[in-house]
Ligand binder design. Sequence first.
Ligand code: HEC
Length: 368
Amino acid sequence: MRWIAALLVLLAAGETTLGDDAQAAKDATIVETLLRLKTVDVNSNPKLKDAVLRHLELHQGTPKYVDLVEALNVLGVEEELLQLALADPASTAGVHAGTLLLQRDQAELIAGKINGDDEEIAIKAAGLLGYVGSQEAMEILKPLVLENQRTRPTRAAAATALGHSRLGEKYLLRVVEEGKLPADLNFTVANVLYASTDATIRAEVAKHLTLPATAGSKPLPPVAELAKRSGDPTRGQELFKTTATCIKCHKVRGEGKEVGPDLSEIGSKLPKEAMFISILDPSAGISHNYETYSAILDSGNIVTGLKVNETDDSVTIRSAESIDKVIAKTEIEEIVKSSVSLMPAELQKTMSEQDLVDVVEYISTLKK
Ligand code: HEC
């Protein structure tokens, strides 16, 4: 065996003026041999490592990349593993990369993303830990739920992530029982715990939290369950334009008002589960560019809505009724961004469970 290792090192150190194809073929041979040998430490020989890294580059972002990094114990590629994991935290490769990072004591790297300025990445990083699901991952997630200085979507992502494991569920239940859960996470956590496969947890949470109720005060099932139902899209379309009032704020193929995002292609953007959350808990994740602003005027009046335009002298605020008001900056004492969506939180109260399912069925047919 030892002579094979010696030979490999020689091979790796050999000619450097090879064409790309020849080089790639040689690198592949080296990697194949290393995988069989298992006794050679790639990290201790720079030439061998270069060959492995070149080979890895060909597999960047793929499950094979993670497999090779683990099998050959390639060190120093943690940043690449993290990128791969965050690109798709809910995939086998993503979870494998995340698991490897924690095994390599790189929890800080993932925590850094949760603490960073980019909310979308923070949400993905929290989700990643949930899918990894190890004890260590849970310990990182637990305090996040309670940390008020974090944005609500990040805290909600941490709570949802905890819900992927029984230990996490038990922790959330305890937080609820002790009355420590921030109220803006009630919906998120109720959804997680009502969907638990553990009947005791479901019974316990029912003593403290309720799921949103539809017309007739009938509580809805958890979102995960709603998402499995199928509805009548034609009926849903009718409701969208009438009782459910969606058309007052959303455009679909040219019809409707423009307070919220155009939903003409929403079926290609959001899975059903996310649609239910958008309707039942609009403030859980406010779409970019649709944040609510409140302009506090010198007169004491407050104008709330979307900021649709801003010049040197004025700000235009669009209300929930789709009325645009141009306000002179000289009249404004302060303008603050709110964490509450302009989309009303209790729309489901005007609908039955079937109505809601039908509306979601309808919007999920709206594809590119
Ligand atoms: C008073 C206005 C208003 C009404 C009524 C309303 N929405 Fe919204 N909706 C908004 C606003 C504003 C946003 C963007 C902010 C946010 O994400 O919460 C939004 C966001 C959404 C999103 C997420 C869009 C995205 O691109 O991520 C969906 C889905 C949605 N609404 C569906 C509906 C449905 C279905 C109804 C009817 C049951 C409805 N909305 C009623 C204002 C409204």
